[in-house]
Design a protein around this ligand. Structure first.
Ligand code: FUL
Length: 483
């Protein structure tokens, strides 16, 4: 009897508990994934490089290291002009050549005489690393440093004593100048040099001589969030060319062990990354606005045009890389008028071409979405929130997303972004537009990653379809924009 009553009570209790559907969980990450610092770096999208040193005054690209410090005399040096010019053009950070291969230091290093301290610039009282880092901070730009490991001036280069010198200089720079977002390690090691008067060729084994792991640990101890650039990372990798062109296929992951210098095909590997790479080491595309990295008067009429800069933007930022555009100040210590004109025009093109996102808050529907939960619905790609995304169920690696623009519009660009905190996934996709009730393919691609910008032949439509054809796991798309 008792048992019957208990059974009845339990059945009643279950009937009264409201039905709660199982929570739909977000997709598991596909490793590797970016660190917080790498994510912040991706979001910068465009940074500027400043090559400025004694080479500016000797008309050389690689100084020998024997140049007199008296040559360094920028009469009107104005880092605020550099920063404001670059900021107006849209750059978010600046990386300064604090020391190039010739060894001349733009800051008064306590460890060498070969610096601004012995130059006529501000009667030896100048410190360009300070002026540039402060100008950046004032304007809200991030500051990064380039300190060439190869030093053609230093007498001890090639011996262990030089490594101590190099590390002492890094300590000065990482303790005295505020936060550094990126440290650029140049892989060039040309051999010949002045080397304190020895004037000889010094060969080093780049993989052993510098003891990189200790140097990086030293810097991380001072500034844990710094991103290290080198051919192979570990923070970000070289894109494999100096033209600003990332691979149309561009995986942000790569296996560092495969990146030893001299390996055949290394540039292609750096350019495209590896689908099965073991670490998140995205590509940075460094390119100069002029033929050379340093200012040369004879190149004043060979400054890249605004249109060329826009093409570079599409082949770098538009392919999931970060653009690092070099803009070298002239002998006055100012960004030259011709460079300014190009940069302003570049900004105008960006503002014109990406003036109005036709997909902002547009209606979107998907062939399928994760667990039928609106948290992972198609509308998440047009909500302007980078932290929400459309995702499918696990195991579904091809699916479509349709964007309804409401009215007919002329369409020229489609911007796609994966939600990379969960890893890079998409391997192949295409884009269709609706024309007279028929879907017509207007673009196709392989990877998406942090960002992909597709330029399509201008066409009128009111609806677009993005078909994910293959993906490492269920696709996770955070943003679609249409211009
Ligand atoms: C190269 C250097 O040798 C060039 O002078 C320049 O600094 C460029 C960014 O990297 O390896």
């Amino acid at each position: 009897m008792n048992r019957i009553i208990t059974g009845c009570l339990m059945a009643l209790a279950f009937a009264l508990i409201p039905f709660k559907p199982a929570e739909v969980l977000p997709p598991a990450p596909v490793y590797p994934v970016p660190s917080q610092a790498q994510l912040a770096w991706h979001e910068m999208e465009m940074n500027a490089f400043i090559h400025f040193t004694i080479n500016t005054f000797t008309d050389l690209e690689w100084g020998m290291g024997s140049e007199s410090t008296l040559l360094f005399n920028p009469s009107e040096a104005n880092p605020s002009q550099w920063v404001s010019t670059l900021q107006h053009a849209g750059f978010k950070g600046i990386i300064l050549t604090c020391k190039h291969h010739d060894g001349f230091c733009l800051w008064p290093s306590a460890y060498t005489q070969h610096s601004v301290s012995n130059s006529p610039y501000l009667d030896g009282k100048g410190d360009l690393v300070r002026s540039v880092s402060e100008a950046c901070r004032k304007s809200g730009l991030k500051f990064g440093i380039y300190v060439s490991p190869w030093d053609r001036n230093h007498a001890m280069y090639g011996k262990p004593e030089y490594i101590e010198y190099y590390r002492n200089q890094l300590k000065e720079l990482f303790t005295g100048y505020g936060p550094v977002f990126e440290m650029w390690f140049d892989g060039a090691n040309g051999g010949t040099g002045y080397y304190g008067g020895a004037n000889e060729r010094r060969a080093i084994d780049g993989s052993k001589y510098y003891h990189w792991s200790e140097t990086l640990a030293l810097i991380r101890g001072l500034q844990p969030d710094v991103i290290f650039f080198s051919d192979a990372g570990p923070g970000v990798r070289w894109v494999g060319n100096e033209q600003g062109i990332a691979g149309e296929t561009n995986w942000s992951c790569i296996t560092p062990d495969t990146l030893f210098a001299g390996k055949p095909g290394i540039e292609k590997l750096l350019n495209q990354g590896s689908e099965d790479g073991t670490q998140w080491i995205p590509a940075e595309a460094d390119v100069s606005i002029r033929p050379g990295w340093f200012y040369h008067e004879k190149e004043n009429y060979r400054v890249k045009t605004s249109d060329q800069l826009f093409d570079i933007y599409l082949t770098s930022v538009g392919r999931g890389a970060v653009l690092l555009l070099n803009v070298p100040p002239d002998r006055r210590g100012l960004i030259h008028e011709n460079d300014i004109r190009s940069l302003q025009g570049f900004r105008e093109i960006l503002d014109r071409e990406f003036k109005m996102n036709l997909a902002e808050n547009a209606k979107a529907k998907a062939s399928t979405f994760r667990g039928k939960s609106s948290r992972f619905g198609a509308h998440q790609v047009t909500d302007g929130n980078k932290d929400t995304y459309w995702a499918t169920d696990d195991g579904i690696t091809s699916s479509s997303l349709e964007i309804d623009l409401g009215n007919m519009h002329m369409v020229k660009y489609v911007v796609l972004q994966e939600f990379i905190p969960l890893g890079q996934r998409v391997k192949s996709f295409d884009i269709e537009i609706l024309r007279e009730k028929r879907w017509i393919k207007v673009s196709e691609g392989t990877t998406i990653g942090y960002k992909r910008i597709l330029r399509i032949a201008p066409a009128e439509t009111s609806r677009l379809r993005i078909n994910i054809k293959a993906s490492k796991a269920c696709p996770v798309i955070s943003n679609v924009e249409v211009y």
